[in-house]
Write a protein that binds this ligand. Structure first.
Ligand code: KG4
Ligand code: ZN
Length: 333
């Protein structure tokens, strides 16, 4: 079964063809980053318009790359939630048109399940049940997948996502949007203990997180130093901030695994590309005897192969949608 995946939840338009939820035949991503960078963040209206421009050519490219025609497509899977509502709607409506025209099933996919499904596409694929930490620019949560389509929410951020904190601090440092990767690069030579950033905890909810206080603390530290004309050693600042983000995430995955009793754990989403987080998770999981799955960095960010992979499983579970499918800006995993 060949599923065409469509992703347009934020600032990347992506189309991919995946066979049997496992084998990537083609995967095309058109990043809008350059167009949003001048504004220092994603402009939702602009994102929607750029998705509309890119969806058709990307589909043509994805089909050509896979050596397929539209008639070879058995189902169309599309990110329908969560994300920027206008951006989601462009993909959902495009997918509806394709599915209707081809007479094939239309399958809605939850973006964060999609991130986890990136791990079904690797050489040694993940298989449920697993407990996962999903960290992206817009979301940070812990969940447990009983099987491919039944997820249980375990905890999540009460305010900002980890990626949002990384990006806004990076912006204050003058790094280009999205700054997570650039900040992480600067952190490589720094001392992670040079600055003491706060570690937030939500009383009574050990699996919940908070990043807005950490973000504000870091931004204020930079502004204060600038006002006083003081120098902030960049590498040390970035390394310490990255360490604080890592400390908020990595131990909570272990805590979640203890709660679910699951020895298979995973981390996915854009922030899962972060080296410090990956190394910390590997060390902690090794010590606890947990089997850890991490996507290769190229499958961490938004792409449509992961959407097609999850779509395959949603379809097998009978979760195709009708032409009344809507998009949702927020929706539980
Ligand atoms: O999953 P994703 O591509 O998009 C969303 O669904 O939001 O995640 C994007 C986020 C951004 O915040 C970006 O700065 C962050 O992932 N990111 C990183 C790294 N690469 C991307 N954060 C830290 N270290 C990285 N190497
Ligand atoms: Zn994402």
């Amino acid at each position: 079964m060949i599923v065409l995946g469509i992703e347009s939840s934020c600032d990347e338009t992506a189309v991919a063809a995946v066979r049997d939820g496992r084998c990537v035949l083609s995967s095309r991503v058109a990043s809008q980053i350059d167009r949003h960078a001048v504004f220092g963040g994603v402009v939702p209206e602009l994102a929607s318009r750029l998705h509309m421009e890119s969806l058709v050519p990307l589909t043509e490219q994805a089909l050509a790359q896979a050596g397929l025609t539209l008639q070879d497509i058995d189902a169309v899977a599309v990110t329908a939630m969560p994300g920027l509502i206008g951006a989601l709607l462009t993909g959902v409506n495009y997918a509806k048109g394709l599915a209707l025209g081809l007479g094939v099933p239309l399958v809605p996919v939850h973006h964060l399940r999609g991130h986890a499904a990136a791990l079904y596409l690797t050489e040694t694929p993940l298989a449920p049940p697993f407990t996962a930490l999903i960290v992206s620019g817009g979301h940070s949560l812990l969940c447990h997948a009983e099987d491919y389509v039944n997820y249980r929410f375990l905890g999540g951020t009460r305010d900002d996502a980890a990626g949002e904190a990384l990006d806004k601090v990076a912006r204050t440092l003058g790094l280009p949007y999205p700054g997570g990767a650039a900040l992480s690069k600067l952190a490589q030579t720094g001392d992670p203990a040079a600055y003491r950033f706060p570690r937030a905890a939500v009383e009574g909810f050990p699996l919940d997180m908070s990043f807005s206080g950490l973000k504000t603390f870091a931004v204020n530290l930079l502004h204060n130093a600038r006002q006083k004309g003081e120098d902030v050693p960049l590498a040390d600042f970035c390394a310490s901030f990255e360490q604080a983000v890592t400390d908020a995430l990595a131990p909570r995955l272990l805590l979640a695994a203890r709660e679910t009793g699951c020895t298979t754990v995973a981390c996915a989403g854009g922030v899962a590309a972060n080296r410090r987080l990956r190394e910390t998770l590997s060390a902690l999981c090794g010590r606890e005897g947990l089997e850890l799955f991490l996507p290769p960095p190229e499958l961490c960010g938004d792409n449509a192969a992961m959407i097609a992979a999850q779509g395959f499983h949603e379809l097998r579970a009978g979760r195709a949608a009708g032409m009344d499918l809507n998009a949702f800006a927020t929706r539980d995993i």
